[in-house]
Design a protein around this ligand. Structure first.
Ligand code: SB7
Ligand code: NI
Length: 204
């Protein structure tokens, strides 16, 4: 399994490289890496497993963070459950699992993902961003496109187009940035880190 010691940190030149497109059919090795990346995200969001293995919670992971300079990312965004007393799906019996995060807003492995169009409007998380490859807090707004259209391939080589906005768009842009050698803090306005410009909506 992937743990924090597999994740490279800032200073490692791989994080600053433009990663290579993958060719299809993917090797079994690459497919396993993709599944391992998703498993890492699932584990990192499980309080018990995360504590046991010392994992920082993550909603995304990009292959360059594993020192693999290839265009492969995984995204796992838990459903934003507003009401705890939602009506149960009748067919599924509730797990004995104390943790109810079985549902995801976005759960995807993306091969060769590209932003093919984006809104002029921007959005930024009010609390800024962090990164599993950055062992320090870097305060400041990270303005990103509020809406994006992504083209990506699944593990079988089928092409997909996906429109995302707000938090999901931000996370996928953070991961695609990793495949382009870009770190989140590259987007922070160092003169005025917390003042959003006219185009930027704060979310979260
Ligand atoms: C905040 C956190 C992430 C994306 C966008 C906003 C993911 C952090 C985990 N990663 O370092 C993944 O690259
Ligand atoms: Ni990151």
């Amino acid at each position: 399994m992937i743990t924090m010691s597999d994740i490279i940190r800032e200073g490692n030149p791989t994080l600053r490289k433009e990663a290579e497109n993958l060719q299809f059919p993917l090797s079994d090795d690459i497919k396993k890496t993709a599944h391992d990346m998703m498993e890492f995200l699932i584990n990192s969001q499980d309080d018990k497993i995360a504590e046991q293995y010392g994992l920082r919670a993550g909603v995304g992971l990009a292959a360059p963070q594993l020192d693999l300079s290839i265009r492969l990312i995984a995204v796992l965004i838990p459903s934003s459950v507003e009401a705890e007393d939602m009506i149960e799906d009748d067919s599924t019996t509730k797990n004995d699992n104390h943790d109810e995060k079985q549902d995801y807003d976005l759960k995807l492995i993306m091969v060769n993902p590209r932003v093919i169009s984006h809104s002029a409007k921007k959005a930024a998380l009010a609390n800024g961003e962090g990164c599993l490859s950055v062992d320090r807090e870097v305060p400041g707004l990270v303005p990103r496109a509020k809406k994006v259209t992504i083209r990506y391939y699944d593990l079988d080589g089928n092409v997909h187009k996906l429109k995302l906005r707000d938090y999901e768009a931000i996370v996928v842009q953070h991961e695609i940035d990793h495949t382009n050698g870009i770190m989140f803090y590259d987007h922070i306005n160092e003169e005025d880190p917390f003042t959003p410009d006219d185009m930027t909506e704060l979310i979260g």
